[in-house]
Design a protein around this ligand. Structure first.
Ligand SMILES: [Fe+2]
Length: 350
């Protein structure tokens, strides 16, 4: 209704730029924007009232992307309106509009199919994640906590919720390559031979190989970067490629830091869990060695806000019901964490 009024206004009042009549172009553009704003602002308001997220944030996240498509589609709306005014058959413009709508219907149909395919792919990933985490509750706790830390870090760095969610998903999968490592080796207590270390370390490349069939179809390179490079170190002494500094994709640096903090605060059969304060101190000491100094700064700021993931016990209690408290036992498996197998004692958890 409001959009129609805008359109009618510009039809009734011509907007001239010298000899050029802009009323049709400006009218259809503004009518499209009016339609978008009226539709989306009411829905945004409802979401804002329901969960308290700032109105601008709700609109930007959910509908911001629509602005361009509404604007571009306004030209199509004009075309259809003109088609309606130009009957090609039976003296009724509706036939002309229908003629134009056939290809539009097909493109919409194929778009829907594309979205469905992406949803199916996301669901497949979810299944993969569950299959990996179903091995033992500790694995799930580890990857959920790593993912929560990584998501908070990404939010703080990028102020981009979609990217933070992508990093969360990648972090949940970061150790998926361990599926390809023999179980007895993952559970082996005590020292490992160099060959065994090598095999454990191959979980990075094996993870990327595992998901490679999907790479060309639909997979964000971000996920591969996390799987492959989350054990690289800022000083270049990590694996699998020994990348250093900014050569390491940032998403992998984020997950690597989150992974190390989670591992440090988890108990091991050969040592007690570090307290959150001890773990933070160690992360800070390793700034510029194992970790990106900028990330350590952002991490420290987040840590001070006392997020739920800061204290492992509190995190465990919050997850109670889905993960048994017994999983924090010092005798629980180490397979959730990469650290005990690191050749250097400080490769991942310090
Ligand atoms: Fe790992």
């Amino acid at each position: 209704m409001a959009a129609a009024l805008v359109w009618q206004f510009f039809q009734a009042n011509s907007l001239l730029l010298r000899t050029l009549d802009l009323s049709t172009g400006v009218g259809i553009g503004l009518a499209a924007m009016t339609l978008l704003l009226v539709n989306t602002s009411l829905v945004s308001l409802a979401i804002h009232l329901a969960n308290g997220t700032p109105l601008r944030e709700v609109w930007r996240k959910n509908f911001g992307w629509l602005t361009v498509s509404y604007f571009l589609l306004s030209a199509l709306a004009l075309l259809l309106a003109r088609a309606y005014e130009t009957p090609l058959l039976g003296g009724w413009g509706g036939w002309t509009v229908l003629f134009f709508l056939i290809p539009l219907y097909y493109s919409r149909f194929y778009w829907d199919e594309k979205v469905r395919l992406e949803q199916a792919f996301d669901a497949t990933l979810e299944v993969l994640m569950h299959a990996f985490e179903a091995k033992e509750p500790e694995t799930r706790l580890h990857s959920e906590r790593v993912a929560d830390i990584a998501r908070d870090l990404a939010r703080a760095l990028y102020k981009d919720e979609a990217k933070a969610q992508d990093i969360y998903r990648a972090a949940r999968l970061h150790d998926i390559g361990k599926i390809a490592i023999p179980e007895p080796l993952l559970l082996k207590p005590g020292n490992l031979t160099p060959a065994e270390y090598g095999l454990i370390q191959s979980h990075t490349t094996k993870g990327a190989e595992l998901l490679s069939p999907a790479r060309k179809v639909a997979f964000d390179p971000l996920v591969y970067n996390v799987l492959l490079y989350h054990h690289e170190r800022w000083d270049g002494r990590g694996y699998p490629r020994g990348l250093a500094g900014h050569e390491i994709p940032e998403e992998a640096r984020i997950v690597g830091l989150a992974d190390a903090y989670e591992a440090m605060t988890a108990p091991r059969p050969y040592r007690e869990a570090k307290t959150p304060e001890e773990a933070l101190r160690e992360i800070q000491e390793l700034s510029g060695h194992q970790f990106d100094p900028r990330l350590v700064e952002a991490f420290t700021e987040l840590w001070k806000e006392n997020p739920i993931w800061r204290d492992r016990q509190a995190y465990l209690a919050a997850k109670e019901g889905s993960v048994s408290a017994s999983t924090s036992s010092p005798h629980s498996s180490d397979s959730a964490s990469p650290s005990p197998w690191e050749p250097g004692s400080r490769t991942s958890e310090g």
